[in-house]
Design a binder for this molecule. Structure first.
Ligand SMILES: Cc1cc2nc3c(=O)[nH]c(=O)nc-3n(C[C@H](O)[C@H](O)[C@H](O)COP(=O)(O)O)c2cc1C
Length: 257
């Protein structure tokens, strides 16, 4: 039986927080890394300041090139700008999702069967965008650019995003990383005074998970790990007992998909 993670105390007083260690982590590191799902449904429970502090502290300890720490996080909960940012992203995300639903054929083939993985995924996405304004916490991870954009720069912000999601899991919360800020980039910059040299690297939502979430499903290790030659797996690349698998990706457009 897994031990439930500790409940963070609701410490709102900054002076008290400054004298308080991070909550104890009872989800082991490997267990956390191998069981963290994208969580898109939340209860309406707010996330208290000490839990946010722990998540953002974990995020801010991540690696970055030359330890420049170019990552910054806008953490939006329930202030007027937070509400407006959620509204902007929710409106953009609904438009994008409606296009994707049609283009990627979410309602075709197996998508017409209510219990198929494709139909379940469509319902989850629909719920996520329809209730975006209610997400307890919206975090915009940003990268302060110090040179021209290049393919490596994400490596100085995305590890921090993953640390944040893992810390959320360690504390009994859940989150989803998406690119939903993209379609309203200009409006968010205006609202939150984000300078032009700053890259908005994603949209992270955090809250207490609602409903049941199955195991992480990925391809078998041997399909993803190669040894001395491309596409030749080393002997040790075998999954542990009980691993769940999927090839997933966007739904196929063929009628049989
Ligand atoms: C670059 C990137 C973009 C993503 N964009 C979205 C998105 O627009 N909407 C969404 O609901 N999830 C998005 N996700 C979350 C992925 O769908 C999710 O990580 C993946 O399906 C695995 O989910 P699982 O860990 O629950 O199995 C994105 C993840 C990444 C890394």
């Amino acid at each position: 039986m897994p031990v439930p993670p500790p409940e963070p105390a609701d410490l709102a007083d900054p002076a008290e927080l400054a004298g308080t260690a991070l909550p104890a982590d009872r989800v082991g590191l490997l267990e956390g890394m191998t069981t963290t799902r994208a969580i898109r449904r939340y209860t309406d429970e707010p996330v208290p300041p000490d839990a946010l502090r722990a998540m953002l502290f974990a995020a801010s300890r991540a690696m970055s090139g030359s330890n420049r720490q170019p990552f910054r996080f806008l953490v939006l909960t329930d202030g007027p700008r937070a509400r407006e940012a959620k509204r902007l992203i929710g409106t953009g995300a609904r438009a994008v999702w409606n296009g994707k639903r049609a283009n990627d054929g979410y309602d075709a083939g197996s998508g017409a069967m209510a219990d198929s993985p494709k139909a379940r995924m469509a319902r989850t996405m629909e719920h996520f965008v329809d209730h975006f304004e209610d997400v307890p916490v919206l975090i915009l991870p940003c990268l302060v650019r110090y040179r021209d954009p290049n393919p490596m720069e994400g490596a100085s912000v995305y590890p921090a995003c993953q640390n944040l999601l893992l810390a959320a899991r360690a504390l009994g919360y859940g989150g989803a990383f998406t690119g939903m800020q993209h379609s309203v980039d200009r409006e968010l910059r205006e609202l939150l005074h984000i300078p032009s040299g700053v890259f908005m690297a994603g949209t992270i939502t955090i809250g207490r998970p609602a409903g049941r979430h199955g195991p992480v499903r990925r391809r078998p290790l041997g399909e993803l790990v190669y040894g001395e030659e491309w596409e030749v797996a080393p002997d040790w690349a075998v999954d542990p007992p009980g691993t769940s698998f999927t090839a997933a990706g966007p739904p196929k457009k063929s009628p049989s998909a």
